[in-house]
Design a protein around this ligand. Structure first.
Ligand code: SF4
Ligand code: SF4
Length: 348
């Protein structure tokens, strides 16, 4: 892979800290608050519909440093989920009916106990999703991954901003597209993305720029046609995701003078139907240190769950977590603009 950009943290950037990100977002003169927008849609206070997905962020280390990354992940990050937290996450999964484990990072496969988490969650009857950046499977020590994924029937959710090399490499780094194509072809060869195999390969695309994603169904049709035609690649679903005004994308917005305009675009595109389906309503996020968040975005802004619910995996209480009030902020407009945006793509 080509040049790897430094993270905000490594550069000592002003927006490396979550408090400075929250302050910047909080000072924006928006035409209305997110709470007001929900209130006018009779959705406030926002509460979960249940916890169907436990999303576990095992750490910030990644082999890439994509420009839009909301985690500020990269090779220089050292935060990784400690053993005690991994043990507790597995205990919670094994002792509850939560049906889905969604593992994310950084590059989650870099965690030393990632394989064990997959194996134990599968043994407990859980559906396991892995948010894979694809290039990790081309690194010498991780070439085993596609076979491992298939053996354990892990659903792959893989980022690929565009089916054209230039757009993908602009956002994710030089050479990322070529390696991603190689990884997708290997996954296809094992049955991933092919009809009737049950091996799910879903792609995630986010705009390479300060605009909202296009229509998910239309883009999916186009992507399927183009990836098949250009590279013989098949996949199941395309999820379109809005770039969140957090971390590196927030810095990009601010430095390019586009922050106010981008936030206005998100606010003006508020869609109550998308708001009703935001992912924090059926997903609970566990940070690398065991802190509980309504979503991974709140995790990056260090906004833990409401104090009425346990704020750590060590105080797990399903009933109180399922009845909690979701913690909101201006960044939430990123989830409710247009057709909405979540870890599973559009929500409306
Ligand atoms: S977006 Fe994903 S692949 Fe890119 S740096 Fe962040 S965690 Fe790594
Ligand atoms: S940013 Fe998180 S808390 Fe806010 S609406 Fe989106 S998923 Fe929910």
């Amino acid at each position: 892979m080509g040049r790897v950009l430094p993270t905000l943290q490594k550069r000592g950037a002003a927006l490396a800290s979550s408090s400075s990100q929250r302050a910047l977002l909080g000072a924006l003169p928006l035409t209305r608050s997110f709470e007001d927008a929900l209130q006018s849609s009779a959705l406030y206070p926002l509460r979960p519909t249940g916890i169907e997905i436990l999303q576990v962020n095992v750490g910030k280390k990644c082999n890439q440093t994509c420009r839009h990354c909301h985690v500020d992940a990269g090779p220089d990050r050292t935060e990784m989920m400690p053993d005690a937290v991994v043990d507790r996450v597995l205990e919670v999964l094994e002792s509850t009916d939560i049906p889905v484990l969604d593992i994310t990072g950084g590059a989650p496969e870099l965690h030393k106990r990632w394989r064990e988490m997959v194996i134990r969650a599968r043994a407990a009857g859980k559906h396991v999703m892995d948010r894979c950046n694809l290039t990790i499977t081309t690194l010498p020590n991780y070439r085993y991954l596609p076979e491992f994924f298939a053996e354990h029937q892990v659903e792959i959710v893989a980022s690929l901003p565009h089916f054209r090399a230039k757009s993908t490499d602009t956002q994710r780094g030089d050479g990322v597209f070529e390696q991603s194509v190689e990884a997708l072809q290997r996954l296809n060869a094992l049955g991933y993305g092919r009809p009737g195999t049950g091996l799910l390969l879903n792609l995630v695309s986010n705009p390479v720029g300060t605009f909202l994603p296009g229509n998910q169904a239309a883009l999916e049709r186009d992507w399927k046609r183009q990836l098949q035609r250009l590279y013989g690649i098949e996949f199941n679903r395309l999820y379109t995701i809005t770039n969140m005004p957090i971390s590196r994308f927030l810095e990009h917005l601010e430095e390019s003078g586009n922050l106010g305009e981008y936030m206005d675009r998100l606010v003006n595109a508020f869609n109550p139907a998308a708001a009703a389906g935001v992912m924090c309503r059926n997903t609970l996020s566990v940070g690398w240190d065991g802190t509980l968040y309504d979503c991974d975005f709140n995790g990056m802004l260090e906004l833990p769950v409401h104090p009425g619910a346990p704020r750590s995996i060590f105080g797990w209480n399903l009933e109180r977590l399922e009845s909690r009030e979701i913690v909101l902020g201006p960044h939430c407009f990123g989830c409710t603009a247009g057709a909405g945006s979540s870890c599973g793509g559009a929500t409306a």
